[in-house]
Ligand binder design. Structure first.
Ligand code: GLY
Length: 418
């Protein structure tokens, strides 16, 4: 189907929606917004659009500092999406009239003990082999950039291209941009995929009503593999990986990007630590006794500390142990955090796939597409996901950069009868 932007009036006999997007998290919303901007009639199905894992996520746009071994293919997509972010944010903020909390503040990845430093050194070498911009610093140089870091910080990598956004504001802006672009919302759960003559034809909602649609996109996050009516061999192999996250409040506002050591509004002088500057001016990631930790200082004074990574099914309990470990490691890294009010604890579910990369594109069932499995990179991959899904929905073609991530990479050849 090719849409024009000149008219959104349905053809005689056409279903009421060109596209049904199942799931109103940031991935579903960006797909809907981009498709609606291209003239498609889009309905988002979700009992609480704007919710999902983005309510918990820290919002790091960490293509470089979150690079893992074996994820070089994913790196190309992550970098492509990071590069789109400034224009994407400008367009979205204008469309919605809302800020997104985007901060081009850069990231400092640090290590505590000698083992942590050796680990981070290897990651830094991987970043360099991949041609990424990452500068190795001594512990002293790290503290010059971020004076509240503990004296035990033994080295780090400065990555000025890894930024951040506030995922809650991003979701709110996408929701409003969708409404302004004419997206319809059905605030209900998607119960079952409708199929007819070997193609997807829409969805049945939990109250039994049917929503016929020319194309259907499953963007249900960690629950994407659970939609009834999808042929079992096409169900995406997505599983939940729990992350617990803390939100602290720093005094003052931190709107400015870091300009150098000690710059920014004054953080209250506390407990004998550094005597100037905000608590943290940029995102700090750390390896602490082998574990990963991050602290994300927002422009509005929020400090997000994350995250656990737990394979516990659908459990989203915030546990004493999870909070303890995050606070223990964060305190070791930035002792001054103990002065701050603990504003919120939360837990969300990352939608993980077998190769940690998203599933983007058509399935073997005509009219059924997937936009799911973004795992640790959902916020980072939001701009490129919207773009490739809208292109697919309007032209029928999946753009080349998304082809390594087609859901069909997980389909198994049919067994031949003996
Ligand atoms: N990208 C951060 C996380 O998954 O915890």
């Amino acid at each position: 189907m090719r849409a024009t932007t000149s008219s959104t009036r349905p053809r005689a006999g056409a279903p009421p929606a060109d596209v049904a997007v199942l799931g109103g998290g940031i991935i579903g919303l960006v797909t809907a917004w981009r498709a609606a901007r291209r003239g498609l009639r889009v309905t988002v199905v979700d009992p609480e659009p704007g919710g999902g894992a983005a309510r918990v996520a820290a919002g790091m746009l960490a293509a470089v500092t979150e690079l893992h071994y074996g994820e070089e293919t994913l790196l190309a997509l992550n970098l492509a999406s990071a590069a789109r972010y400034p224009d994407f944010v400008a367009e979205l903020e204008e469309a919605a009239g809302l800020p997104t909390g985007y901060r081009a503040c850069g990231t400092l990845a640090v290590a505590l003990d000698a083992d942590d430093r050796a680990h981070l050194r290897e990651l830094h070498a991987l970043q360099q082999r991949c041609g990424l911009d990452s500068q190795w610093l001594t512990g002293r140089e790290c503290r010059r950039l971020e004076p509240w870091l503990a004296p035990s910080v033994s080295g780090g990598a400065r990555v000025d291209g890894d930024h951040q956004i506030d995922p809650r504001r991003l979701a709110a802006a996408l929701l409003l941009a969708c409404e302004r672009a004419g997206v319809t919302f059905r605030r209900a759960r998607a119960l079952r995929l409708l199929t007819a003559r070997d193609r997807a034809t829409g969805v049945v909602l939990e109250d039994g009503t049917e929503l016929p649609a020319g194309q259907t996109v499953v963007a249900l996050g960690s629950r994407s593999g659970q939609l009834a009516g999808v042929p079992p061999e096409l169900l995406p192999p997505v599983r939940p990986v729990k992350g617990q996250v803390l939100r602290l409040r720093m005094p003052g506002e931190y709107g400015a990007d870091p300009g150098g050591p000690g710059e920014g509004s004054g953080f209250g002088r506390g407990s004998g630590s550094a005597a100037h500057g905000p608590l943290l001016s940029r995102t700090v990631r750390a390896v602490v006794r082998g574990g990963a930790l991050y602290l994300v200082p927002r422009g509005n004074g929020e400090l997000v500390i994350g995250a656990t990574s737990e394979e516990l099914g659908w459990d989203t309990t915030v546990t004493a142990g999870g909070v303890y470990e995050l606070l223990r490691d964060a305190h070791e890294l930035v002792p001054g955090i103990t002065e701050l009010p603990l504003a919120e604890t939360s837990a969300g579910l990352r939608p993980a796939s077998p190769d940690n990369a998203p599933l983007l594109g058509p399935t073997a069932l005509a009219g059924l597409h997937l936009a799911t499995g973004h795992y640790r990179n959902g916020v980072l991959l939001t701009p490129v996901t919207g773009e490739v899904m809208a292109e697919l929905l309007t032209s029928g073609e999946l753009p080349g950069q998304a082809r390594p991530f087609t859901p069909q990479r997980f389909s198994h050849p049919q067994e031949q009868p003996a």
